[in-house]
Design a protein. Sequence first.
Length: 272
Amino acid sequence: MAELGLNEHHQNEVINYMRFARSKRTVRLKTVDSCFQDLKDSRLTEDTFTVDELTEMLDGLQVVVHSEVESELINTAYTNVLLLRQLLSQSEKWYLKLQTDISELENRELLEQVAEFEKAEFTSGKKTNSEAMKPKLAPLNEGGSSGLLSKEIARLQDENEKLKARLKTIETQPKLNTKEVTDLEKTVATLREDFEKTLNASTESQKSLEDNLISTKHNLLKVQEQLEMAEKELEKKFQQTAGYRNMKEILTKKNDQIKELRKRLSKYEPED
């Protein structure tokens, strides 16, 4: 038997819809046939007709058939929308977002597959009373037991068991690693103690260096002060010597002579 690649529940739903569509199609075709029969019974009573009379009859028939076909196409489109609305409404209750591929509606291969499926279901004679043979399926709505709800509950229970097992494993691992944690804590404590000793020693050494530096600076300032005083004392003693006084007198005389020579020289220089 031809299949549509659906589970049994969904395939039976498709069969129900196809049965509904076939019944609507049969009624509409009978209506179209009656349009032609009415024309035959009401107008085709004479042996010959003129071209105008035939044109008038065909035009009238065209209008009636066009109206019937258009009405059926519109009704089919609206019916499909209502069917799609049911499916989408059910999916929203499960927080699902369905998607449709409109291009697949014109897939010739898939259309032929549906035609073969319909032929196998309704014309093979294997299901003379398919409605009676169809299993009673649980409705996919808020009332009654829901197959999807049961599956979801089972899935959540299974997931809950997995989480419990994982939690138990995680709780066991810390117990096994207790000794490693203890050894690590001892190692950290030892390293911290060594670091504190080194830090204290470094602090004391730094304090000693700072004290030595301050003492050295004080001694340096003291020596600089003594050196300045010695230089001033030496300069003072040097100024009191006979050689210093004679040299100073000679420098003073020389400066006076230079001034006199410049004064005399200025008399012979041309004025600007």
